[in-house]
Design a protein around this ligand. Structure first.
Ligand SMILES: NC(=O)c1ccc[n+]([C@@H]2O[C@H](COP(=O)([O-])OP(=O)(O)OC[C@H]3O[C@@H](n4cnc5c(N)ncnc54)[C@H](OP(=O)(O)O)[C@@H]3O)[C@@H](O)[C@H]2O)c1
Length: 341
């Protein structure tokens, strides 16, 4: 069989399982597929695959390794995979801000794929991806200067543990007809069922790690180092798809009609914007789907362009984007160049 040897590291997790499904659904040319995870999962079956523990020789002959593991695991194993000759596409935050690691969304900055001297390409954070896809064409048209954003992030953004905690609390709440008295898991510090939590990630002074990532990653991908970004990230009790309310100022004003026209022809964006008919992006409208869905496009009371964007955090926010990167490097002939070093 012709095709590539692909390893998915973190194959048992929320993103890893999605990556396996997307590789199959998009018919990525896979000759051999390796599902890797921690030693805890060794021997577990995922469809026809048997999970193996991550190990150096598991990367022998691997063309592309998609990493869907926590940051510390990526820090330890991504260099090993790259050293053994694989192109690594990493979903963790471990390498995103390294100057010699491209941080890429194919619809936003595909040219950055040309230069991956460490054989590592990073995927952005899922909240960043949700707004970078629609902001990129608006930025190209009018120059983004300042951004205020508030996120509404699903529990799967915290992995399988987040999903399990919400279901456990929902069952208890339904049985007792009362909000949960205590967290039903360790993914979130507070109960998440029937709650919203204005803290995603860990605190870095007054801001959270998620809030810091959003500004830094957006500036890197848009190549817009001077854009001022103010963010509040909030966890909400949805299963998947992150929503973000965006208020953006540009070097010249963009009227809602112009923004709608730009977004309607932007790759990866679906405009869903007929509020009177109840058509605007919701988490469920974006769940299990590929596009970043954008609506509520308007000029806000302060003169900024406002919109609401929603995208599936496990797909465009992670696994889909990784597979699209793999497709792009294969299609554009960069894979052999990058692997040759
Ligand atoms: N969830 C999202 O929406 C999202 C979006 C963008 C980026 N990301 C990033 O993607 C990565 C994966 O997130 P997730 O949500 O899929 O997390 P998850 O559901 O908790 O899955 C974590 C995966 O990592 C594996 N793993 C943990 N420790 C390991 C070790 N010592 N050695 C090898 N494998 C190990 C786990 O294997 P076991 O099952 O064997 O423990 C599991 O397969 C994280 O860096 C996350 O920040 C997530």
């Amino acid at each position: 069989m012709s095709g590539y040897t692909v390893a998915v590291v973190g194959a048992t997790g929320a993103v890893g399982r999605e990556a396996l499904e997307i590789l199959a659904a998009r018919r990525f040319p896979v000759a051999r597929l390796r599902a890797l995870a921690s030693p805890r999962s060794a021997g577990l079956r995922i469809g026809e695959l048997t999970v193996a523990p991550v190990a150096a020789d598991a990367f022998d002959d691997v063309d592309i390794a998609i990493f869907d593991t926590p940051d510390d695991v990526a820090e330890a194993w991504v260099p090993v995979a790259a050293e053994r000759g694989a192109l690594v596409i990493d979903n963790s935050a471990a390498f995103r801000m390294a100057p010699d690691v491209p941080l890429v969304i194919p619809e936003v900055n595909p040219a950055a794929l040309r230069r991956a001297p460490r054989r590592i390409i990073a995927n952005p954070n899922c909240t960043t991806a949700t707004i970078a896809v629609p902001l990129a064409p608006l930025h190209r048209a009018a120059g983004l200067r300042r951004l205020i954003a508030c996120s509404y992030q699903s529990v799967s953004g915290a992995g399988q543990a987040g999903v399990s905690q919400l279901w456990s609390e929902v069952r208890d709440a339904a049985a007792s007809a009362a909000p949960p008295a205590a967290p039903g898991g360790a993914a979130f510090r507070h109960a998440i069922a029937m709650n919203v939590i204005p803290a995603v990630g860990s605190f870095r002074g007054a801001h959270t790690s998620e809030e810091v990532k959003l500004g830094a990653e957006l500036r890197k991908m848009l190549d817009a180092p001077d854009v001022a970004v103010g963010v509040t990230c909030v966890r909400v009790p949805t299963l998947r798809a992150h929503g973000v309310a965006v208020h953006a100022e540009f070097s010249r004003p963009i009227a809602p009609e112009e923004a709608r026209a730009i977004l309607a022809s932007a790759p990866g964006v679906e405009v869903m914007d007929d509020p009177a008919a109840g058509r605007y992006p919701t988490a469920l409208a974006a769940s299990g789907r590929d596009p970043c869905v954008v609506g509520r496009i308007r000029t806000d009371g302060a003169g900024a362009l406002a919109f609401f964007a929603a995208a599936d955090n496990l797909r465009k926010g992670a696994a889909l984007n990784a597979v699209q990167i793999a497709e792009a490097v294969v299609r554009d002939g960069f894979l052999s160049e990058i692997r040759a070093g």
